[in-house]
Ligand binder design. Structure first.
Ligand code: GTP
Ligand code: MG
Ligand code: ZN
Ligand code: ZN
Length: 402
Protein backbone atom coordinates (compact mmCIF):
# COMPACT_ATOMS: atom_id res chain seq x y z
CA UNK A 1 0.00 0.00 0.00
CA UNK A 2 3.06 2.26 0.22
CA UNK A 3 3.77 4.74 2.98
CA UNK A 4 0.95 7.17 2.37
CA UNK A 5 -2.77 6.78 2.74
CA UNK A 6 -5.30 8.79 0.79
CA UNK A 7 -8.45 10.17 2.38
CA UNK A 8 -11.49 8.77 0.52
CA UNK A 9 -13.32 12.07 1.19
CA UNK A 10 -10.82 14.82 0.32
CA UNK A 11 -8.19 12.78 -1.55
CA UNK A 12 -5.34 14.39 0.40
CA UNK A 13 -2.48 12.11 1.38
CA UNK A 14 -1.20 11.44 4.90
CA UNK A 15 0.84 8.92 6.87
CA UNK A 16 -0.87 6.47 9.22
CA UNK A 17 0.55 8.19 12.31
CA UNK A 18 -0.95 11.53 11.21
CA UNK A 19 -4.52 10.21 11.53
CA UNK A 20 -6.24 11.99 14.42
CA UNK A 21 -9.33 11.18 16.47
CA UNK A 22 -12.66 12.66 17.44
CA UNK A 23 -14.10 12.40 20.94
CA UNK A 24 -17.11 10.09 21.09
CA UNK A 25 -18.96 12.69 23.19
CA UNK A 26 -19.97 10.14 25.82
CA UNK A 27 -20.42 10.96 29.50
CA UNK A 28 -17.36 9.94 31.51
CA UNK A 29 -17.58 8.12 34.86
CA UNK A 30 -17.00 11.41 36.70
CA UNK A 31 -19.85 13.06 34.79
CA UNK A 32 -17.68 15.07 32.36
CA UNK A 33 -18.95 15.15 28.79
CA UNK A 34 -17.67 16.91 25.67
CA UNK A 35 -20.34 19.04 24.01
CA UNK A 36 -20.75 19.06 20.23
CA UNK A 37 -19.74 22.28 18.45
CA UNK A 38 -19.06 23.38 14.90
CA UNK A 39 -15.71 22.21 13.55
CA UNK A 40 -14.03 24.98 11.50
CA UNK A 41 -12.30 22.35 9.36
CA UNK A 42 -15.64 20.71 8.50
CA UNK A 43 -17.12 24.14 7.79
CA UNK A 44 -14.75 24.47 4.85
CA UNK A 45 -16.66 21.55 3.38
CA UNK A 46 -20.01 23.21 4.02
CA UNK A 47 -20.63 20.87 6.93
CA UNK A 48 -21.90 22.86 9.90
CA UNK A 49 -23.21 19.99 11.99
CA UNK A 50 -22.00 20.14 15.60
CA UNK A 51 -19.53 17.42 16.54
CA UNK A 52 -17.46 16.59 19.63
CA UNK A 53 -13.89 17.98 19.62
CA UNK A 54 -10.85 16.65 17.82
CA UNK A 55 -8.55 14.52 19.96
CA UNK A 56 -4.83 14.46 19.17
CA UNK A 57 -3.37 10.99 18.99
CA UNK A 58 -1.25 8.58 17.06
CA UNK A 59 -3.09 7.02 14.13
CA UNK A 60 -1.02 3.86 14.40
CA UNK A 61 -2.91 3.15 17.59
CA UNK A 62 -6.58 2.25 17.47
CA UNK A 63 -7.64 4.68 20.19
CA UNK A 64 -6.74 7.94 21.92
CA UNK A 65 -7.77 9.57 25.19
CA UNK A 66 -9.67 12.87 25.13
CA UNK A 67 -7.93 15.36 27.42
CA UNK A 68 -11.14 17.28 28.03
CA UNK A 69 -13.40 14.49 29.27
CA UNK A 70 -10.98 11.64 29.87
CA UNK A 71 -12.88 9.21 27.65
CA UNK A 72 -11.11 6.92 25.23
CA UNK A 73 -12.20 7.14 21.58
CA UNK A 74 -11.70 4.92 18.53
CA UNK A 75 -13.22 7.37 15.98
CA UNK A 76 -10.41 8.11 13.54
CA UNK A 77 -10.60 11.22 11.37
CA UNK A 78 -8.67 12.54 8.38
CA UNK A 79 -6.04 15.09 9.46
CA UNK A 80 -6.93 17.32 6.47
CA UNK A 81 -10.75 17.36 6.25
CA UNK A 82 -11.75 15.81 9.60
CA UNK A 83 -14.09 13.31 7.93
CA UNK A 84 -14.57 10.19 9.97
CA UNK A 85 -12.55 7.43 8.35
CA UNK A 86 -13.93 3.93 7.79
CA UNK A 87 -13.03 1.54 10.63
CA UNK A 88 -9.40 0.29 10.48
CA UNK A 89 -8.85 2.50 7.47
CA UNK A 90 -5.09 2.05 7.38
CA UNK A 91 -5.52 -1.74 7.43
CA UNK A 92 -8.00 -2.20 4.56
CA UNK A 93 -7.62 -1.80 0.84
CA UNK A 94 -8.90 1.46 -0.46
CA UNK A 95 -9.53 2.35 -4.07
CA UNK A 96 -10.48 5.70 -5.45
CA UNK A 97 -12.43 5.74 -8.66
CA UNK A 98 -12.81 9.10 -10.35
CA UNK A 99 -15.28 9.76 -13.09
CA UNK A 100 -14.82 12.48 -15.67
CA UNK A 101 -16.55 13.48 -18.84
CA UNK A 102 -18.02 16.44 -20.68
CA UNK A 103 -21.08 18.24 -19.43
CA UNK A 104 -24.15 16.14 -20.24
CA UNK A 105 -22.16 12.97 -20.95
CA UNK A 106 -24.23 11.12 -18.35
CA UNK A 107 -21.90 10.93 -15.31
CA UNK A 108 -24.44 11.60 -12.57
CA UNK A 109 -27.04 9.22 -13.99
CA UNK A 110 -24.32 6.64 -14.46
CA UNK A 111 -23.02 6.99 -10.89
CA UNK A 112 -26.49 6.47 -9.43
CA UNK A 113 -27.32 3.53 -11.69
CA UNK A 114 -23.93 1.85 -11.25
CA UNK A 115 -24.14 2.02 -7.47
CA UNK A 116 -27.76 0.84 -7.51
CA UNK A 117 -26.73 -2.13 -9.65
CA UNK A 118 -23.72 -2.92 -7.46
CA UNK A 119 -25.86 -2.85 -4.34
CA UNK A 120 -28.83 -4.79 -5.68
CA UNK A 121 -27.57 -7.12 -8.36
CA UNK A 122 -23.85 -7.23 -9.18
CA UNK A 123 -23.01 -7.75 -5.51
CA UNK A 124 -24.82 -11.09 -5.64
CA UNK A 125 -22.86 -12.11 -8.74
CA UNK A 126 -19.67 -11.68 -6.72
CA UNK A 127 -21.06 -12.78 -3.38
CA UNK A 128 -20.23 -9.29 -2.21
CA UNK A 129 -22.07 -6.61 -0.32
CA UNK A 130 -21.82 -2.94 -1.22
CA UNK A 131 -22.90 -0.44 1.45
CA UNK A 132 -22.56 3.30 1.98
CA UNK A 133 -19.62 3.92 4.33
CA UNK A 134 -21.04 6.96 6.13
CA UNK A 135 -24.25 8.76 6.99
CA UNK A 136 -23.90 11.48 4.35
CA UNK A 137 -23.19 9.01 1.53
CA UNK A 138 -26.19 6.89 2.54
CA UNK A 139 -28.45 9.91 2.78
CA UNK A 140 -27.35 11.68 -0.41
CA UNK A 141 -27.11 8.53 -2.50
CA UNK A 142 -30.50 7.40 -1.16
CA UNK A 143 -32.05 10.66 -2.27
CA UNK A 144 -30.47 10.49 -5.77
CA UNK A 145 -31.61 6.87 -6.05
CA UNK A 146 -35.20 7.64 -5.06
CA UNK A 147 -35.41 10.62 -7.43
CA UNK A 148 -34.33 8.47 -10.38
CA UNK A 149 -35.94 5.11 -9.60
CA UNK A 150 -39.13 6.08 -7.75
CA UNK A 151 -39.94 9.48 -9.23
CA UNK A 152 -38.26 9.03 -12.62
CA UNK A 153 -36.45 12.38 -12.47
CA UNK A 154 -33.13 12.89 -14.21
CA UNK A 155 -30.57 14.85 -12.16
CA UNK A 156 -29.85 18.54 -12.61
CA UNK A 157 -26.43 19.56 -13.87
CA UNK A 158 -23.68 18.92 -11.30
CA UNK A 159 -22.26 22.12 -9.81
CA UNK A 160 -18.64 22.87 -10.57
CA UNK A 161 -15.88 22.23 -8.05
CA UNK A 162 -15.17 25.97 -8.05
CA UNK A 163 -18.79 26.87 -7.24
CA UNK A 164 -19.23 23.98 -4.84
CA UNK A 165 -16.09 23.74 -2.72
CA UNK A 166 -17.75 21.46 -0.25
CA UNK A 167 -18.78 18.67 -2.57
CA UNK A 168 -17.50 15.34 -1.37
CA UNK A 169 -17.39 11.96 -3.02
CA UNK A 170 -19.64 9.03 -2.24
CA UNK A 171 -17.78 6.45 -0.19
CA UNK A 172 -18.87 2.82 -0.22
CA UNK A 173 -17.54 -0.34 1.33
CA UNK A 174 -17.26 -3.48 -0.74
CA UNK A 175 -17.27 -6.55 1.47
CA UNK A 176 -16.30 -9.69 -0.36
CA UNK A 177 -18.01 -12.95 0.53
CA UNK A 178 -16.73 -16.39 1.28
CA UNK A 179 -16.29 -17.67 -2.22
CA UNK A 180 -12.61 -16.76 -2.20
CA UNK A 181 -12.38 -16.16 -5.91
CA UNK A 182 -10.37 -13.08 -5.15
CA UNK A 183 -6.67 -12.38 -5.11
CA UNK A 184 -6.69 -9.99 -2.26
CA UNK A 185 -6.52 -11.39 1.24
CA UNK A 186 -8.18 -8.23 2.51
CA UNK A 187 -11.92 -8.64 2.38
CA UNK A 188 -12.94 -5.00 2.73
CA UNK A 189 -12.34 -2.47 0.03
CA UNK A 190 -13.26 1.18 0.47
CA UNK A 191 -14.52 2.67 -2.79
CA UNK A 192 -14.67 6.38 -3.31
CA UNK A 193 -16.58 7.81 -6.27
CA UNK A 194 -16.07 11.38 -7.31
CA UNK A 195 -18.51 12.66 -9.92
CA UNK A 196 -17.00 15.78 -11.46
CA UNK A 197 -19.01 18.49 -13.15
CA UNK A 198 -18.54 18.45 -16.91
CA UNK A 199 -18.12 22.19 -16.76
CA UNK A 200 -14.96 21.70 -14.71
CA UNK A 201 -13.24 20.47 -17.82
CA UNK A 202 -14.05 23.69 -19.63
CA UNK A 203 -11.91 26.08 -17.61
CA UNK A 204 -8.32 25.96 -16.35
CA UNK A 205 -9.50 26.75 -12.83
CA UNK A 206 -11.98 23.90 -12.90
CA UNK A 207 -9.37 21.52 -14.20
CA UNK A 208 -6.99 22.58 -11.42
CA UNK A 209 -9.65 21.86 -8.78
CA UNK A 210 -10.00 18.38 -10.14
CA UNK A 211 -6.30 17.60 -10.38
CA UNK A 212 -6.26 16.33 -6.82
CA UNK A 213 -9.13 13.95 -7.45
CA UNK A 214 -7.83 12.68 -10.73
CA UNK A 215 -4.25 12.35 -9.61
CA UNK A 216 -5.15 10.41 -6.46
CA UNK A 217 -7.43 8.03 -8.34
CA UNK A 218 -6.48 4.35 -8.63
CA UNK A 219 -8.73 4.02 -11.62
CA UNK A 220 -10.54 6.48 -13.85
CA UNK A 221 -13.73 6.12 -15.82
CA UNK A 222 -13.97 8.60 -18.67
CA UNK A 223 -17.54 8.81 -19.85
CA UNK A 224 -18.02 9.91 -23.45
CA UNK A 225 -21.31 10.51 -25.18
CA UNK A 226 -20.96 8.80 -28.57
CA UNK A 227 -23.39 11.27 -30.15
CA UNK A 228 -20.83 14.02 -29.60
CA UNK A 229 -18.26 12.34 -31.85
CA UNK A 230 -18.15 14.16 -35.15
CA UNK A 231 -18.74 11.50 -37.76
CA UNK A 232 -21.11 9.26 -35.81
CA UNK A 233 -24.21 10.78 -37.30
CA UNK A 234 -22.89 10.44 -40.83
CA UNK A 235 -21.47 6.91 -40.40
CA UNK A 236 -24.58 5.51 -38.79
CA UNK A 237 -27.02 7.40 -40.96
CA UNK A 238 -28.71 8.98 -37.90
CA UNK A 239 -31.12 11.85 -38.41
CA UNK A 240 -29.24 14.96 -37.18
CA UNK A 241 -32.57 16.59 -36.36
CA UNK A 242 -33.34 14.11 -33.61
CA UNK A 243 -29.99 14.70 -31.89
CA UNK A 244 -30.24 16.33 -28.46
CA UNK A 245 -29.11 20.00 -28.54
CA UNK A 246 -25.92 19.37 -26.53
CA UNK A 247 -24.79 16.80 -29.11
CA UNK A 248 -25.39 19.19 -31.99
CA UNK A 249 -23.39 21.83 -30.13
CA UNK A 250 -20.60 19.53 -29.00
CA UNK A 251 -19.76 18.06 -32.37
CA UNK A 252 -18.96 21.52 -33.62
CA UNK A 253 -17.20 22.78 -30.49
CA UNK A 254 -14.74 22.12 -27.70
CA UNK A 255 -16.59 19.26 -26.05
CA UNK A 256 -15.84 16.51 -28.52
CA UNK A 257 -14.44 13.33 -26.99
CA UNK A 258 -10.99 13.92 -28.46
CA UNK A 259 -10.84 17.37 -26.82
CA UNK A 260 -12.06 16.01 -23.49
CA UNK A 261 -9.48 13.24 -23.59
CA UNK A 262 -6.75 15.71 -24.45
CA UNK A 263 -7.62 17.82 -21.40
CA UNK A 264 -7.85 14.81 -19.08
CA UNK A 265 -4.46 13.65 -20.34
CA UNK A 266 -2.97 17.08 -19.63
CA UNK A 267 -4.29 16.89 -16.06
CA UNK A 268 -2.82 13.44 -15.53
CA UNK A 269 0.51 14.59 -16.91
CA UNK A 270 0.66 17.22 -14.17
CA UNK A 271 0.90 14.45 -11.60
CA UNK A 272 4.21 14.23 -9.82
CA UNK A 273 6.53 11.84 -11.60
CA UNK A 274 4.57 11.62 -14.84
CA UNK A 275 5.72 14.48 -17.05
CA UNK A 276 4.71 15.18 -20.62
CA UNK A 277 6.58 12.26 -22.11
CA UNK A 278 5.89 9.51 -19.61
CA UNK A 279 3.18 6.93 -20.14
CA UNK A 280 0.29 7.15 -17.65
CA UNK A 281 0.02 4.00 -15.51
CA UNK A 282 -3.37 4.46 -13.90
CA UNK A 283 -5.94 2.24 -15.65
CA UNK A 284 -8.45 4.25 -17.63
CA UNK A 285 -11.80 2.88 -18.76
CA UNK A 286 -13.09 4.74 -21.79
CA UNK A 287 -16.83 4.19 -21.53
CA UNK A 288 -19.25 5.27 -24.23
CA UNK A 289 -22.50 6.13 -22.48
CA UNK A 290 -26.04 6.22 -23.89
CA UNK A 291 -25.38 3.44 -26.44
CA UNK A 292 -29.15 2.85 -26.44
CA UNK A 293 -29.26 5.80 -28.87
CA UNK A 294 -27.19 3.75 -31.35
CA UNK A 295 -28.89 0.39 -31.04
CA UNK A 296 -31.28 0.76 -33.97
CA UNK A 297 -28.50 1.89 -36.26
CA UNK A 298 -26.07 -0.85 -35.19
CA UNK A 299 -28.50 -3.74 -35.54
CA UNK A 300 -29.54 -6.59 -33.27
CA UNK A 301 -26.37 -8.64 -33.61
CA UNK A 302 -24.04 -5.83 -32.52
CA UNK A 303 -21.92 -6.81 -29.48
CA UNK A 304 -23.10 -3.54 -27.91
CA UNK A 305 -26.55 -5.13 -27.56
CA UNK A 306 -25.46 -8.38 -25.92
CA UNK A 307 -26.07 -8.74 -22.20
CA UNK A 308 -23.21 -8.58 -19.69
CA UNK A 309 -21.62 -11.83 -18.47
CA UNK A 310 -22.84 -13.17 -15.13
CA UNK A 311 -19.69 -15.00 -14.04
CA UNK A 312 -18.26 -14.25 -10.57
CA UNK A 313 -15.10 -12.80 -12.16
CA UNK A 314 -14.35 -10.23 -14.83
CA UNK A 315 -14.83 -12.04 -18.15
CA UNK A 316 -11.62 -11.12 -19.94
CA UNK A 317 -12.41 -12.58 -23.42
CA UNK A 318 -15.76 -10.79 -23.43
CA UNK A 319 -14.05 -7.55 -22.36
CA UNK A 320 -11.34 -7.89 -25.00
CA UNK A 321 -13.93 -8.53 -27.72
CA UNK A 322 -15.90 -5.46 -26.68
CA UNK A 323 -12.75 -3.37 -26.70
CA UNK A 324 -11.86 -4.51 -30.24
CA UNK A 325 -15.39 -3.87 -31.45
CA UNK A 326 -15.50 -0.30 -30.10
CA UNK A 327 -11.99 0.33 -31.43
CA UNK A 328 -13.19 -0.66 -34.92
CA UNK A 329 -16.27 1.56 -34.60
CA UNK A 330 -14.03 4.50 -33.67
CA UNK A 331 -11.92 3.82 -36.74
CA UNK A 332 -15.06 4.19 -38.87
CA UNK A 333 -16.45 7.15 -36.99
CA UNK A 334 -13.44 9.40 -36.50
CA UNK A 335 -10.47 7.73 -38.16
CA UNK A 336 -8.93 6.35 -34.96
CA UNK A 337 -7.77 9.72 -33.53
CA UNK A 338 -9.00 8.79 -30.06
CA UNK A 339 -7.22 5.46 -30.18
CA UNK A 340 -3.97 7.04 -31.27
CA UNK A 341 -4.07 9.49 -28.38
CA UNK A 342 -4.80 6.75 -25.86
CA UNK A 343 -2.20 4.34 -27.23
CA UNK A 344 0.43 7.04 -27.04
CA UNK A 345 -0.22 8.16 -23.45
CA UNK A 346 -1.80 5.29 -21.50
CA UNK A 347 -0.40 1.93 -20.52
CA UNK A 348 -3.79 0.43 -19.62
CA UNK A 349 -6.94 1.57 -21.35
CA UNK A 350 -10.04 -0.28 -22.39
CA UNK A 351 -13.18 0.66 -24.30
CA UNK A 352 -16.71 -0.03 -23.09
CA UNK A 353 -20.20 0.66 -24.35
CA UNK A 354 -23.02 1.02 -21.84
CA UNK A 355 -26.39 2.54 -21.22
CA UNK A 356 -27.49 3.64 -17.75
CA UNK A 357 -31.11 4.22 -18.74
CA UNK A 358 -31.57 1.68 -21.54
CA UNK A 359 -33.77 4.05 -23.53
CA UNK A 360 -33.68 7.62 -24.78
CA UNK A 361 -35.56 9.80 -22.28
CA UNK A 362 -38.39 11.87 -23.82
CA UNK A 363 -37.51 15.53 -24.46
CA UNK A 364 -38.69 18.16 -21.99
CA UNK A 365 -42.26 19.25 -22.65
CA UNK A 366 -43.07 22.97 -22.52
CA UNK A 367 -43.48 24.01 -18.89
CA UNK A 368 -41.89 20.82 -17.56
CA UNK A 369 -39.14 21.59 -15.03
CA UNK A 370 -37.10 18.42 -15.01
CA UNK A 371 -36.55 15.77 -17.61
CA UNK A 372 -37.91 12.33 -16.80
CA UNK A 373 -36.86 8.81 -17.75
CA UNK A 374 -38.80 6.87 -20.41
CA UNK A 375 -41.98 5.14 -19.25
CA UNK A 376 -40.20 1.79 -19.49
CA UNK A 377 -38.19 2.88 -16.42
CA UNK A 378 -34.48 2.51 -15.79
CA UNK A 379 -33.16 -0.50 -17.73
CA UNK A 380 -29.38 -0.47 -17.39
CA UNK A 381 -27.17 -2.23 -19.88
CA UNK A 382 -23.59 -3.31 -19.04
CA UNK A 383 -23.01 -0.45 -16.59
CA UNK A 384 -20.83 -2.64 -14.39
CA UNK A 385 -18.28 -3.57 -17.07
CA UNK A 386 -15.82 -0.64 -16.74
CA UNK A 387 -15.98 -0.76 -12.99
CA UNK A 388 -15.35 -4.51 -12.81
CA UNK A 389 -12.49 -4.20 -15.26
CA UNK A 390 -10.90 -1.55 -13.00
CA UNK A 391 -11.41 -3.79 -9.95
CA UNK A 392 -9.78 -6.68 -11.78
CA UNK A 393 -6.84 -4.48 -12.77
CA UNK A 394 -6.53 -3.40 -9.14
CA UNK A 395 -6.58 -7.06 -8.01
CA UNK A 396 -9.79 -6.71 -6.03
CA UNK A 397 -11.59 -9.31 -8.16
CA UNK A 398 -10.26 -11.98 -10.47
CA UNK A 399 -10.11 -12.04 -14.23
CA UNK A 400 -11.18 -15.21 -15.94
CA UNK A 401 -12.75 -16.99 -18.88
CA UNK A 402 -11.01 -18.51 -21.88
N1 GTP B 1 -30.25 7.92 -24.18
C1 GTP B 1 -29.70 8.07 -22.98
N2 GTP B 1 -29.59 9.30 -22.42
C2 GTP B 1 -28.99 9.42 -21.21
C3 GTP B 1 -28.48 8.29 -20.50
N3 GTP B 1 -27.93 8.74 -19.34
C4 GTP B 1 -28.09 10.08 -19.32
N4 GTP B 1 -28.74 10.50 -20.45
C5 GTP B 1 -29.11 11.88 -20.82
O1 GTP B 1 -28.01 12.73 -20.54
C6 GTP B 1 -28.42 13.79 -19.67
C7 GTP B 1 -27.30 14.23 -18.79
O2 GTP B 1 -26.99 13.24 -17.84
P1 GTP B 1 -26.19 13.59 -16.49
O3 GTP B 1 -25.90 12.30 -15.83
O4 GTP B 1 -26.87 14.65 -15.74
O5 GTP B 1 -24.87 14.20 -17.15
P2 GTP B 1 -23.57 14.72 -16.40
O6 GTP B 1 -22.43 14.15 -17.16
O7 GTP B 1 -23.64 14.41 -14.95
O8 GTP B 1 -23.65 16.28 -16.65
P3 GTP B 1 -23.00 17.47 -15.78
O9 GTP B 1 -23.35 17.22 -14.35
O10 GTP B 1 -23.61 18.71 -16.34
O11 GTP B 1 -21.53 17.40 -16.04
C8 GTP B 1 -29.62 13.21 -18.93
O12 GTP B 1 -30.44 14.25 -18.46
C9 GTP B 1 -30.29 12.39 -20.01
O13 GTP B 1 -31.07 13.20 -20.86
C10 GTP B 1 -28.63 7.00 -21.10
O14 GTP B 1 -28.22 5.95 -20.57
N5 GTP B 1 -29.24 6.95 -22.35
MG1 MG C 1 -23.59 15.55 -13.30
ZN1 ZN D 1 -14.08 14.38 25.09
ZN1 ZN E 1 -9.87 14.03 4.21
Amino acid sequence: MGGKLTCPYCYEKFAEKEITFRCGGLRAADGKQCQPARDPVRERFNDTSPVPPEVAGNGRKLSAVCKQCGNSTTLQICPHCHSQLPVHYSKVDNRMVAMVGAKFSGKSVYTTVLLHELIHRVGRRFDAAVVGADERTRREFGSDERALYNDGFLPATTRTAVADQGRQPFVFKLVLGERRRFHSTLRHTVLSFFDTAGEDLESDKGVAENVRYLSAADGIIVLLDPLTIPGVVGSLGLDPNVLPPHARQATSGADTPINILTRVTEVLQKMPGVGPNRVIDVPVAIAFSKVDALWDALGDDSPLRQPAPTTPYFDEPDGAAMHAYVQALLQDWEGGQIDQLLAKHYRHYRYFGLSALGAVPPALRPGQQRQQVATSGVQPHRVEDPFLWLLSRLNVIEKGGS
